[in-house]
Design a protein around this ligand. Structure first.
Ligand code: FAQ
Length: 305
């Protein structure tokens, strides 16, 4: 082991930060680029399912809140692409890899949002799952990623609350509104559990990422944390989580719960989910339509030189 490698290992062992100019193993750099890019792409594609409701939100207040949330997601994408760029990759290149399907984004954004209640459910369950996953990432071993996560998590907690508040309002409304909420929760519950990734026994990256301090908890640990956090919130809302195996286990001090359909996760991640083609098509179109903005920015940059 040479000196730079020893310094890297010491920093990881102290739970301290690796910074962009520090020496790092190629695998560490590759894993970070993979995870941060996937995360950035998720934020960008994640604007679509809710964005579709901006023009149809039922009041000015709901529209303002939703607009702010979707704009935050664009901002999260920017922080994360910037964090990835500190590892020597190029944002344009990452965007190309998203659009070609070479890099992944979260499975959850390949599900449709046919009901306005889905805006609330995404805030409550999807942002709730994102918070569970991302709060520990504030302590990830790579400095720029961890610092980006601090700000992102603050904004995600606003997102989660607006979703919960929207659902609470609908649950206090008519029978039809309550049924809309339940139907939406029934559709999103299992896909939300899949956001944490495959079970630990089938997760090829977890052990290495934990040893490097990139991930601080396994997929199953975070999934359990999410279930434990969400069950009392479902009770407060008055909705039923669609899992007959869900119950409190006194001995474990956790909830037992059923397993999602892992074949479905594989299908959705490999491009065969309900909305994969639509999401990528929309992204490519938005990219093409934004070419004039990039051209104007390049021209302004050249003019000021
Ligand atoms: N979807 O070995 P593992 C948000 C892939 S929140 C798609 O367990 P790893 C906020 C995985 O990449 C969502 N792909 O992998 C928001 C790997 O692929 P590869 C984004 C998945 O990395 C809310 C392979 O399967 N959050 O956007 C999924 O150790 C509302 C094997 O899996 C993050 O990205 C999946 N669900 O653990 C925005 C958080 N699960 O490249 C808008 C950061 C697994 O080896 C609206 N990321 N894969 O072929 C992470 O914590 C991790 O990357 C995991 C996966 C936990 C997602």
């Amino acid at each position: 082991m040479d000196e730079s490698e020893r310094q890297f290992e010491d920093t990881i062992a102290r739970h301290d930060r690796i910074e962009p100019r520090d020496w790092m193993p190629d695998g560490y750099r590759r894993t970070l680029v993979r995870q941060i890019a996937q995360h950035a792409h998720s934020e960008v594609i994640g604007m679509q399912p809710e964005g579709a409701w901006i023009t149809r939100a039922p009041s000015l207040r709901r529209r303002q809140v939703l607009l702010a949330k979707v704009q935050d997601e664009a901002g999260h994408g920017l922080y994360l692409y910037s964090a990835a760029e500190t590892l020597g990759v190029d944002r344009d290149d990452l965007e190309q890899q998203l659009m070609s399907g070479a890099q992944k984004y979260s499975s959850i954004f390949n599900y449709p949002t046919p009901s306005y209640a889905d805006v609330g459910t995404i805030g409550w369950l999807v942002d709730g799952a994102a918070i569970c996953n991302q709060v520990p990432l504030c302590r990830t071993s790579y400095g720029p990623y961890g610092r980006a996560m601090v700000r992102i998590c603050k904004e995600e907690s606003f997102h989660q609350r607006q979703g919960f508040e929207l659902l609470m309002t609908m649950m206090g409304g008519t029978d039809e509104q309550r049924a809309m909420v339940q139907e939406s929760v029934d559709r999103f519950w299992w896909p939300a559990l899949m956001m944490f990734g495959p079970p630990d026994a089938d997760s090829p990256n977890t052990a290495r990422s934990m040893a490097w301090g990139i991930k601080r908890h396994t997929n199953d640990e975070l999934r359990q944390r999410f279930v434990d956090m969400t069950v009392p919130q479902a009770d407060a809302l008055g909705v039923t989580l669609p899992d007959p195996e869900l119950r409190w286990n006194e001995e474990r001090g956790h909830h037992d719960f059923g397993q999602p359909d892992w074949d479905e996760l594989k299908r959705v991640v490999s491009g065969d989910g309900p909305c994969n083609a639509e999401r990528l098509e929309h992204r490519r179109r938005a990219h093409d339509e934004g070419e004039w903005v990039r051209a104007a920015a390049r021209a302004a940059g050249e003019a000021s030189r």
